[in-house]
Design a protein around this ligand. Structure first.
Ligand SMILES: Cc1ncc(COP(=O)(O)O)c(C=O)c1O
Length: 402
């Protein structure tokens, strides 16, 4: 039997490119997701996986029952391409209840296969090759290939540690007449920063001055700590019709594998987004949209308990990491902890990540995967803590031998 050579980190692909004629230019400017690569390596080395941000605890029973019932009731055929009516109605009702924002389910809501598709469909709908996109850095790694696949140019603006604030002057310098949109993720992955109203007002003023859009990834809207609140950009005066809001069920309801998300935007923007969405995927899984209608109707208590629960996990994980010698940037939202590894004396994050997986048995994400210039993340590692306490406890035992 052929033996499989152990993989090293960050190989973009194991398959040699013998036929370049069949590899499109648009796939050449980015590599495979480092985070998913870390997950594969974690499996290979039986490491505790604190790399990819998916919960290892069960999804709420009420949602699983709703999905089972939908399949039994034969909601098994294509839903309307932009989303089943009960789900769109539930989304509209949830935003009215939570934020006082009104959306027309017929013209302003598009249900997608996760916020991943929602972001890609939105960018494809509004950008032309050569347009510029402003992206805060460190960034959630998908925004980079998303922009490149659209032929858009990226303008990075730093979030500065330790509190991950941006410099308004630096932000202004990133805008130009070519800017089509700014991508904003708050609460932020990987830093845990939650943008406040004053931040949003600075960004909103630039969007209006340069006539561009804000595309907001609000997937961690309910995972907030220390009394922090989430402000959707759409609430900022002048931004309701200049914002494309992307969100999904993945994180809030612990169902990352369901692949159900949504995009909220004014009718003209939604019209283009729906066109792209229809031809990319037709639609998200119909029975899971039915369960989504149940999820979005959950009472306020659910979200209060979610934030409380994640606060306890965050505090436990901060204890584990600080106890093991990491310098932690304390997150105010989302479920990641960015750490400074300079105290460990490793030349870079890749070598440290390799050591963590192979010798310590814990997988995390090298900081360089969140930066355009890998040197900037070379002394950082990101851990996620959306895990059972047993998993966090096992990580603690292993990290004590670092
Ligand atoms: C900021 C951010 N956006 C989007 C996603 C992906 O979301 P979805 O599962 O809805 O495609 C993730 C997943 O980790 C994320 O961290």
């Amino acid at each position: 039997m052929a033996t499989i050579a152990p993989k090293t980190l960050l190989q973009p692909s194991d398959i040699p490119n013998r036929r370049p004629r069949f590899r499109s230019n648009r796939t050449l400017r980015f590599t495979e997701s480092v985070i998913r690569e870390m997950t594969r390596l974690a499996v290979q080395h039986k490491a505790v996986n604190l790399a990819q941000g998916f919960p290892d605890f069960p999804a709420p029973e009420v949602l699983k029952n709703a999905a089972r019932e939908a399949i039994t009731a034969d909601i098994n055929q294509y839903a309307i391409t932009w989303g089943s009516k009960p789900f769109r109605d539930a989304i509209a009702a949830k935003y009215r209840r939570t934020y006082g924002l009104e959306f027309d389910p017929e013209r302003e809501i598009t249900v997608c296969c996760g916020s991943t598709e929602g972001m890609m469909a939105s960018l494809m709908a509004v950008t032309n090759p050569g347009d510029e996109l402003v992206i805060f850095e460190p960034y959630y790694e998908n925004y980079n290939p998303d922009a490149l696949l659209c032929g858009a140019e990226r303008k990075f603006v730093k979030l500065h540690p330790p509190d991950w604030r941006f410099d308004p002057e630096e932000l202004r310098r990133a805008f130009s007449p070519k800017t089509k949109a700014i991508i904003l993720n708050s609460p932020n992955n990987p830093t845990g920063r939650v943008f406040d109203r004053a931040d949003l007002e600075v960004i909103a003023a630039l969007c209006q001055e340069f006539d561009c859009l804000a595309i907001t990834d609000e997937i961690y809207e309910h995972i907030l700590y220390d009394g922090t609140t989430h402000v959707p950009m759409m609430q900022i005066p002048g931004m309701r019709d200049r914002t494309i809001l992307v969100n999904s069920m993945s994180k809030t309801y612990a169902v990352t594998g369901w692949r159900v998300g949504w995009v909220l935007a004014s009718p003209d923007l939604s019209d283009s987004i729906r066109k792209v969405h229809d031809f990319l995927t037709v639609g998200a899984a119909a029975p899971l949209q039915q369960a989504g209608a149940v999820a979005l109707a959950l009472p306020e208590d659910y979200y209060v308990a979610l934030a409380r629960d994640y606060t306890a996990r965050r505090d436990a994980m901060l204890g584990v990491l600080e106890g093991a010698g990491f310098r932690c940037f304390h997150p105010r939202g989302a479920y990641y902890i960015m750490t400074d590894i300079s105290g460990f004396g490793y030349p870079d994050d890749m070598e440290f990540a390799r050591h963590l997986i192979e010798d310590v048995g814990v997988a995390a994400v090298p900081g360089s995967s969140f930066f355009e210039d890998p040197r900037e993340g070379a002394q950082m590692i990101r851990f996620c803590f959306c895990k059972k306490y047993e998993t966090l406890e096992e990580a603690k035992v292993r990290l004590s031998k670092i």
